[in-house]
Structure formats: structure tokens, C-alpha cells
Design a protein around this ligand. Structure first.
Ligand SMILES: Cc1ncc(COP(=O)(O)O)c(C=O)c1O
Length: 377
């Protein structure tokens, strides 16, 4: 078979990786500030992570959710502790879209309502409900189209209240920080208003922490900077450090119904060991503190470079607006400076480096970006 070509590819064939660096088949080293869409949290091929997965694979890699799985229980305890949500229950799946799909289903099962409110610029995944909550009509197939999904502007309290007052919405789904849209924040006031309006109208508040969670912003969840406590929180990307693992954390107000949610692969032994290893490493190596300090340093230094109109971010989730097309900067960074970054829209470069990024690597990036910009025209 040939591959179904839905991706536009860079001409790079990565064969190995270590920490914040990846290497291609010719041995060329790249500084990885994007981590394959923000997935590598504790660094590539971390020896503790590799050992834990290898040991588990030699014991048992997979069995379905028909039996007790101790690895799941261990992971749930660790996740409850590191997140501060010990009283929430955990449903495990394999991808961010699935975590959101299950969150929306659960909300709708619980209050029997059909509508979902999300925000302009949102990205929640590509499956049936998740894609409808996403603000990108080009990825919605006719079969997914539904009139149950409404979008309003982030931080628009008047529209939020107007919609929720109808009591037709099963859920509001909001990203901790919008990632695909170029690192855009809800205000703390707005986040609190979503929480309060949801509580007043019997609407479930779903917080999508798939990109902004797992310690990336210096707190475990971005929404913890806004001092709120949503009803359901979704996670994926960094929690498995590359092993497919997604989680839906569910408040005690929901009662589980046998058979209502389910998956074959979700929460398998290997995935849970990957998740537990990530938490162990984050705690031992103080990676949330590192994300905070290295991120603050980057934000300050990046603002001093030319062609940059704005730098936004928290911890190691950073959006840089350029006065030039971001694709031009990104291409030059890859081909000339051997640095991997991401883009959002026309003018924004997005950084989602591993949480173990050192000050030396942050300086190296600033130096390489400055050099790249000095040659750009
Ligand atoms: C905020 C957010 N939600 C959901 C998703 C979907 O995750 P996945 O691609 O694992 O389905 C993404 C992916 O980029 C995301 O950034």
C-alpha cells in the first residue's frame, strides 16, 4: 500500500531521539521545541520511562477492560495526587478526541440535553462531536453536521449567559488555553463566569486540558491559574509522553452506569505504566517548576527580537506573533537552524517544548532564532 496522503510532510525522517533533541537518518540533530504537537512531556527516550515500559511489556502489555487492571488503579491514584483532583473518577481512552467525545456523551447522558457550547478558534479533535465543537468547518464531513453545536467568542460573558439561560445545553467545552488558535487565554473572570453560569443552569463544564495540561504551563492544569474547578477535565498528549493515552476526569456528581462508556484499547497495561512513569519523572525532576522558570525566561527574551509583534504564553506553551509569515520563519528554523517548531494561522509560531528544556537549550533557541531572523527578508 502507499500512504493515504493527508499530511504535508517535511523531508525529514527521524530515526532516534534523546531529551530535547531528535536525529534524522543522516545523523542531523534537531532541537525539538514542538514535540510532535506537544506530546513529549518528560523528554524523548527518558531512561526511566523506557525501563518501565520495557519491564511491563515483558510482563503483560495488554488485556481488555473485562478484568481488574492494577496498572490502571496505580495510575489513577498518581493522577489524582498530582492534579489535586483525588475525588474525581477516571475514564481512560487513547486520544484527545476520544477523551472529549466521552466527556460530551457523559454530560448529555447525565442531563439529557443535546446542545454543546464551544468557542471561536477552539480545537477539540476530529471525531463526531469533538469536530463539531472545533472551529474549523473544513474538517467537518456532512455526516458529522449537527445543529446542536454553537460557538461564541472567548471572554464574551453576555453571549455565554444568553445561551446558557435557555437550559438547552448539556455542556460548555473550553480549552484551558487555546493552542491550535495560537495560545489564547480565557480571562480569569470569564473562566469563573463559565463555572458559575454552568452551575446555575445545570450545564456541565468540560475543560479540555489536552494541550495545556500535564504541567506545561507550570501548574498541572492551565485552569488552575484561573482558580476554577470544572466538572469534567480531559487530558491526552503529554500524559503518555508518546504512548497513546487519554483521560477523562469526572467529578463525583456523576454516577457511573455499567456499559455506558467503553473502549477496547483504552487504559491498557502499557499505556497506564507510561502514564505513571511520566508522573514519577515530573515529580522527581520538578518539571512543572522548570516549565515555569524556563518559560518565563523565554517570554522575556523573545520579546527583545526583531519582527516580533507579540509573545504570549504560560510556562512552556508559547505563541510568538511575527510581522512576517510564520511559515517562512518555521521553514528557515528547520532547514537552516535545525530547530522544530509549530505554527498557528498566518503569523504565529507555537512552541511546545519538552518540560525538561534547560536554560542552555532556551538560550540556544533564542540565539538560533535571532540568527534566522537576521537572514530573513
Ligand atoms: C486542545 C485539544 N483538544 C483535543 C485535541 C485532539 O487530540 P487528538 O489529536 O489526540 O485526538 C487536540 C489536538 O491537538 C488539542 O490540542
Amino acid at each position: 500500500m502507499k500512504l493515504f496522503e493527508v499530511y504535508s510532510l517535511y523531508d525529514i525522517n527521524l530515526t532516534h531521539a534523546k531529551g530535547c533533541y531528535v536525529y534524522d537518518a543522516c545523523g542531523q540533530e534537531y532541537l525539538d521545541l514542538y514535540c510532535g504537537h506537544g506530546v513529549i512531556s518528560v523528554g524523548h527516550t527518558h531512561p526511566y520511562y523506557v525501563n518501565k515500559l520495557t519491564e511491563q511489556l515483558n510482563r503483560i502489555g495488554f488485556y481488555s477492560n473485562a478484568v481488574i487492571n492494577g496498572c490502571q488503579r496505580d495510575f489513577a491514584i498518581k493522577l489524582g495526587e498530582i492534579t489535586g483532583y483525588k475525588d474525581y473518577a477516571l475514564f481512560l481512552s487513547n486520544s484527545g478526541a476520544e477523551a472529549n467525545e466521552n466527556a460530551i456523551k457523559l454530560a448529555s447522558f447525565s442531563n439529557k440535553r443535546k446542545k454543546v457550547l464551544s468557542f471561536n478558534g477552539a480545537f477539540h479533535g476530529r471525531t463526531a462531536a469533538a469536530v463539531m465543537a472545533t472551529d474549523n468547518p473544513t474538517i467537518v464531513a456532512p455526516a458529522n453536521q449537527s445543529s446542536h453545536f454553537t460557538k461564541i467568542s472567548l471572554n464574551d460573558i453576555t453571549s455565554l449567559k444568553r445561551e446558557l439561560r435557555t437550559e438547552e445545553y448539556c455542556a460548555v467545552i473550553m480549552e484551558g488555553i487555546q493552542g491550535v488558535n495560537g495560545v489564547r487565554f480565557p480571562s480569569a473572570e470569564f473562566a469563573k463566569e463559565v463555572q458559575d453560569s454552568c452551575a446555575e443552569t445545570g450545564t456541565v463544564f468540560i475543560m479540555d486540558e489536552i494541550q495545556s495540561g500535564c504541567g506545561r504551563t507550570g501548574r498541572y492544569f492551565a485552569h488552575q491559574h484561573w482558580n476554577i474547578r470544572p466538572d469534567i477535565i480531559t487530558m491526552a498528549k503529554g500524559i503518555g509522553n508518546g504512548f497513546p493515552l487519554a483521560a477523562t476526569a469526572i467529578s463525583p456528581m456523576f454516577t457511573p452506569v455499567i456499559g455506558q462508556l467503553g473502549t477496547t484499547f483504552g487504559g491498557n497495561h502499557l499505556a497506564c505504566v507510561a502514564g505513571s512513569a511520566v508522573i514519577d519523572i515530573m515529580l522527581r525532576e520538578h518539571l512543572m517548576d522548570n516549565a515555569k522558570t524556563t518559560g518565563e525566561y523565554l517570554l522575556e527574551e523573545l520579546g527583545k527580537l526583531p519582527y516580533i509583534s507579540e509573545v504570549r504564553g504560560k510556562g512552556l506553551m508559547i505563541g510568538i506573533d511575527f510581522t512576517l509569515p510564520a511559515s517562512k520563519v518555521r521553514n528557515a528554523l528547520i532547514t537552516k537552524e535545525h530547530v522544530l517548531t509549530g505554527i498557528s494561522g498566518q503569523n504565529t509560531l507555537r512552541l511546545l517544548p519538552p518540560l525538561c528544556l534547560s536554560m542552555e537549550d532556551a538560550d540556544l533557541f533564542i540565539h538560533k532564532l535571532a540568527h534566522c531572523l537576521s537572514k530573513i527578508h
